[in-house]
Design a protein around this ligand. Sequence first.
Ligand SMILES: [Zn+2]
Length: 289
Amino acid sequence: MTDPCDAAAADTTTRPLTVGEVEALLRAAAPPQLAESWDSNQLICGDPDEPVRNILLAVDPVGVVVDEAMARGADMIITHHPLYLRGTDHVSATDPKGKVVHRLVRAGIALANAHTTLDAAHGGVAAALADRVGLLDTRPLQPNPEDPTQGIGRVGALPAPTRLRDLAAAVAAALPDSAPGLLVGGELDAVVETVAVSGGAGDSLLGTARAAGVDVFLTADLRHHPASEHLEAGRPYLLCGTHWATEWVGLPPLAARLEAAAQARGHRLSTYVSQIVTDPWALRLSTGR
Ligand SMILES: [Zn+2]
């Protein structure tokens, strides 16, 4: 694949990258061939020829993220989630997504996303989550058929055997905080050594994690019945974080990679990773008296 940035590699000025060139850097970091068939990973709105000096990275393309991009003078937003996963027949400002499109176009801010491509990539969401847990000798939980060195989730070993409750405390400390926190399922004092991780909703990977023979599975969005029925059959024990927290961890490495790639090509690019929690939950209260 031709990299549009190559033509500018010899340019010693600090000409800003274009939206199209940033897209090329994004495709290098999160290769399109890693996308799941149902997914959307692309430039959602924006002109490929427009300049980009400042990028805001966030998990969700929602209104508060647009507010932040405008306040920070960003020319482009890169989110993990697509704005329209299933397509739409209108972009009128009569609904929140159409409003996002209108505000971005009016402000001249481009929006692109890297979803399952970033989940699966080297240095992507799954790899970053494995790094936060401190896993060694990692491999994909569900290898990509085209390239088995990349794929959904990661499996690896802890540096030393530890009790589930201590691992959970370390994982909780290693993730960014949001209201629901981290839930733990299993024998709290059991000794564990191998872990599978997958950011975002992990219900569909419970069987894959069990087949991997690991002691613990860290993911998010687990529902009562799948989790309960899974634990009835034993390991892997479950660590259930939030969707936002388990995916946000993939953004700082992506930001660093984009900046480094721009710099290597002689362009100045600044990135900022949004700290706004876009989980739907604002508050957790313990229930009962
Ligand atoms: Zn997600």
